[in-house]
Design a binder for this molecule. Structure first.
Ligand code: BDP
Length: 333
């Protein structure tokens, strides 16, 4: 049966309203609230957890809870490599990752992982908030991951069950690395025996003697309690690889422009919060491990270490695009 004239009028009005709202990027029917699941490898009180919780709070407020995000801290949703796969499939919606586990998937992430590339944290931030970040975001988008902002991860140094002062001391030692070819070659170039393992397996592997050491920044060394089993921390500061706060492209595709802007702004603001918390936590973690009696071996001369890194640059920064990015980063002042 034909709609009555008044019903026809109502239908027309509804259609017009839908079209008008559609034009400004909103849908007529109140959109059903979306529930997003977030992955975090660290505990909630780690600077990255603090950043992520600030991000999800801001997104909730600014979308009137249309996008409700919940972060599962402490790797509750699995280890890092699985989490990356899940982000690509869209079964995890957002996450914070270190960039090293992307080394084999997104070539430009190798550049910011390169040993002894950055002069200091300020230099790293300039690169990742600038040309390096732009290039990496493009690479990540190709594998289904949308980078929204960049988190700090300090400098990574070696920690071991026996004292290490020179590369010669490392010879033959089994050192855990993240799953990345660059890291395997880097550790080999230092004379060690690289052992790729998930983060969550490092403590027991140190305890059982499967490995003799690992490498990480102060906050990770402390928060994981690795310092209880690997009692020597040598300040090699060999890599300043940063981290990304990212969203699955599966989700991103279904957001309107206004929602995307809200997420981008909240992510950037969360990075400011994370970086502040990071600087503070670095100091606190260092104090905590010193109080626990760890031997800190200060490496003041890094030249013998960086001299061994030539093959790593030759292999991972040889390609013209990557070499240009390295040059661009070095020229940042
Ligand atoms: C920490 C990073 C984390 C990595 C971990 C590792 O924040 O994302 O998974 O190192 O070494 O510093 O696996």
């Amino acid at each position: 049966m034909d709609p009555t004239p008044w019903r026809r009028g109502r239908l027309l009005l509804a259609a017009l309203a839908t079209a008008a709202l559609g034009a400004i990027g909103l849908s007529a029917a109140p959109a059903a609230a979306q529930e997003w699941r977030g992955w975090n490898i660290h505990a909630a009180d780690y600077p990255n957890g603090i950043g992520m919780d600030a991000f999800t709070r801001m997104v909730g407020e600014r979308t009137s809870n249309r996008i409700r995000m919940r972060t599962f801290h402490s790797a509750q949703l699995g280890q890092q490599d699985e989490a990356i796969q899940q982000m690509r499939l869209g079964t995890i919606d957002f996450a914070n990752f270190n960039l090293s586990p992307f080394n084999n998937l997104a070539p430009t992430t190798n550049v910011v992982t390169l040993p002894f590339l950055f002069r200091d944290v300020g230099h790293m931030q300039q690169a990742i908030d600038g040309p390096a970040g732009e290039a990496i975001a493009q690479d990540l988008e190709r594998i289904g991951i949308i980078a929204l902002s960049w988190y700090d991860a300090g400098a990574r140094s070696l920690y071991t069950t026996r004292p290490v002062r020179t590369p010669a001391d490392l010879r033959g030692m089994k050192i855990r690395v993240q799953t990345s070819d660059l890291w395997i070659d880097l550790m080999r170039a230092l004379g060690a025996n690289p052992t790729p393992l998930p983060f969550g397996e490092v403590f027991t592997s140190l305890q059982s003697g499967v490995i003799d050491g690992a490498e990480n920044n102060w906050p990770s060394y402390e928060s994981t309690r690795h310092f209880e089993v690997a009692r020597y921390y040598s300040t090699t500061e060999h890599s300043n690889v940063p981290e990304v706060l990212a969203v699955s492209a599966q989700r991103w595709r279904r957001l309107n422009d206004q929602e995307r802007a809200i997420l981008r702004d909240a992510a950037r603001e969360s990075a400011t919060i994370q970086r502040r918390a990071w600087a503070e936590r670095e100091r606190v973690s260092r104090e905590r491990v010193a109080a626990a009696g760890v031997t800190v071996i200060e490496i003041s001369d890094r030249a013998p270490w960086s001299a061994l890194m030539e093959p790593v640059y030759a292999k991972y920064a040889a390609d013209a695009r990557l070499a240009a990015l390295v040059r661009q980063i070095r020229e940042l002042r």
